[in-house]
Design a protein around this ligand. Sequence first.
Ligand code: ARG
Length: 630
Amino acid sequence: MASNGATDEGATAANIVPWLEQQILTTLREDLSVSEDALTSAVSAGLITEATRPEFGDYQSNVALVLAKKLKTKPRDLAQRFSDALYGRPAVQQVLAPIEIAGPGFVNFRLSDSWVLGELSRMHQDRDGRLAIPTASPRERVVIDYSSPNIAKEMHVGHLRSTIIGDALARVLDFLGHDVVRLNHVGDWGTQFGMLISQLKDVQPDVIEQEGASASSVAISDLVAFYKEAKKRFDEDEAFQERSRNEVVKLQSGDPASLKAWRILCDISRKEFGEVYEMLGIQGLEERGESFYNPFLKDVVKELEDRKLSEESQGAKCVFLDPRNEDGSSSGRPPVIVQKSDGGFMYSTTDLAAIKHRVWTERADRVLYVVDQGQSSHFSSVFEVAKKAGFANDKAKLTHVPFGLVLGEDGKKFKTRSGDTVKLRDLLNEAVRLADEDLQERQKEDSEAQPWPDEERTRTATVIGLASVKYADLSMNRESNYQFSYSKMLSRTGNTAPYMLYALVRIKGIRRKAQANTQQHDKDKDMDKDAPTSTTTALVLTSPAESSLMRHLLKFPRVIQGVADTLYPHKLCEHLFELSQLFNQFYETCPVVNVEDAAVRASRTAICEVTERVLQVGLDLLGIQEVERL
Ligand code: ARG
C-alpha cells in the first residue's frame, strides 16, 4: 500500500484495512512467535477480507486455518489464542467489538459501534467537504494520456470511452492530491497530411495564399468527407499521389505554406473536438499531439541504433523483442518498426519519444494510457523497448489502461442505421433529447407537479442525458465490451445515472425537511439565542439498517483509494449504487423528519448529510453534475 497505510497513527476509515493487517501481523509475530517464513505465507494468502454477510461482522480472517498446519495445532485452538492476544491490545479494543470465532476457525471482526460513530462524525464534521479523506502520500506526478482523437477523422465512440474514463481517473487522482497532467495525444502528424494538404491547395488555393487565413476562412463543412475525397484521389490519381508525397517532405522540412495548410486542417478538427469536450465538461485536457514529438524522432531512432537495439529488416529499422529466425523474421512477437525504408517514422516511434519526454522531462511517476484494448500489444512492446533503451526508468510506472469495444444493441459494432460511424455530437444530443422527452412525459402524467419552465427543464435534461452516457460507460468494468443502449442508460431503475441523480435529489429533500423541522422545534422551545450552539452533532446508532448504512459510508475513502490503485471507476459506481439502496432501507425503518427524540433526529439528519455528501463527491469524481429536481 503506497498511501493511507500509516499505522503508527490510529485507525481511520481510510487506513482501517492496512491498520488491522498490521495489528494482526504484530500479534502473530510478537505474541504467538510465528516465524517470518510462516508469516509470509499467511500474508500471501491474504490476512483479511471483507465479510461476505453482515452476521459475520465487517472483516474476516482465515489466518488460523492457513497457519494451523505449519504450527501443528488445531485451527480453532489457534484462532482462540490468536484472537485473545489480538484483543488484548488496547488499540484494538478501541476499534473492534469482541472478536468471534466461527466454523472450523474463521475469525470474525466487527468494528465497534463507538469507533464507527467516531469516524462517521469525523466525516460529517470535515468542513472542507472532503469527508475527512486524507491526501495521498507520497504525492505523485501522474500523466494521463486520454481522448486522443485523430485530425481530419471522425472522433468515434472509442475516443468517447477514453475521454469519459480518462476524465474520471484524472478527477479521482486529483482529488487524492496527486499532481495530474492530462494530455491529449492527438493524431495530428503523419503521411496522411500530404494528401490532405494537396487537396486543400487544389480546392481552396486562395486560402493558403491569403494573409492571416484561418480555419474560419475555409469552406470545409465536413472534414471527414474532405478526408475521404482526398483519399479517393490519392488511390486513383498518380500525379496527386506524387504531389502528396512531396507535401509530406515539405511539411517535415517546415515549409511555411504547408505548415499553414496543416494548421488550418488541425484547427477545423480542433473546433469539432472542442464541442464534444465542452458538452462533456472536460477541463484541463492539454493538447500535446503527435506533432509535438516530431523533432525528437530522429534522435530516438539514433539512440536505439547506438544501443544496438534496432536492426535493419527489409530496409526498415526495427527492434526485435524475441529472437529472430534464420530468415530474419521474428520467432515471437512482431518487431517494433521505428523507421520505414522510405525514412518515415511510425506511431511507435512517436510513442517512444513521448515516453522519454514524459519520464525525463515531465518527470512523471506514473503514466497512464487510456486507450482501447486493441492497442494492448502495441503498448506492451513499446513499453518494453522504452525500458531497454532507458527512455523509461524504474521509478516511472507505465500502464496501459485498456477498455473494450462499444457495441450496438444488436451486439454488433456501434453504427448508425445506415451503417455510418455515429457522430459523437449527434450521439450526445440524442441522449439529451430522449431525457427531455422523458421529463415532459412525466410532467404530463403528474398533474400535481409544479410547472417547469422550458429553459430549466432543458437544462436538467442536458445534465441527465450527458450523465447517462457517462455513467453507463463508467459503471461497467471497462475491460468488457459495452452495449450502448439509450433506453437502459436513461432508465430510472437499476444502476443508472437517472437513478443516482434521483436518489441524491430525494436525500437532499429529506435532509432539508429534517433541518427545517429542527429549526421549528428550536423556535417552539424558544431557545435562548445566546446559548452556545454546538457545531458537533453527537451521533447515535439505533437500528441494524442504520448500522449497515454507517458502515458503508465509512468505506468511501477506501473505495476512492481503490479506484486510484486499480483504475476501475466502476467500483465507485457500485459503491454509490449500494449506498443509495442502503439509504432506502434505512429510511424505510428509521424516520428522520418526524422522529420525536431531538437527539435521534439530529443524528439521523447528520447521516443524511454524510450520505448526500458522499453521493455528491462520488458523482463529481465521475464527471457528473447534479440536478435540482427530477
Ligand atoms: N490517436 C490514437 C487512436 O485514435 C490514440 C492515441 C493513444 N495514445 C498514445 N499515446 N498512443 O487510436
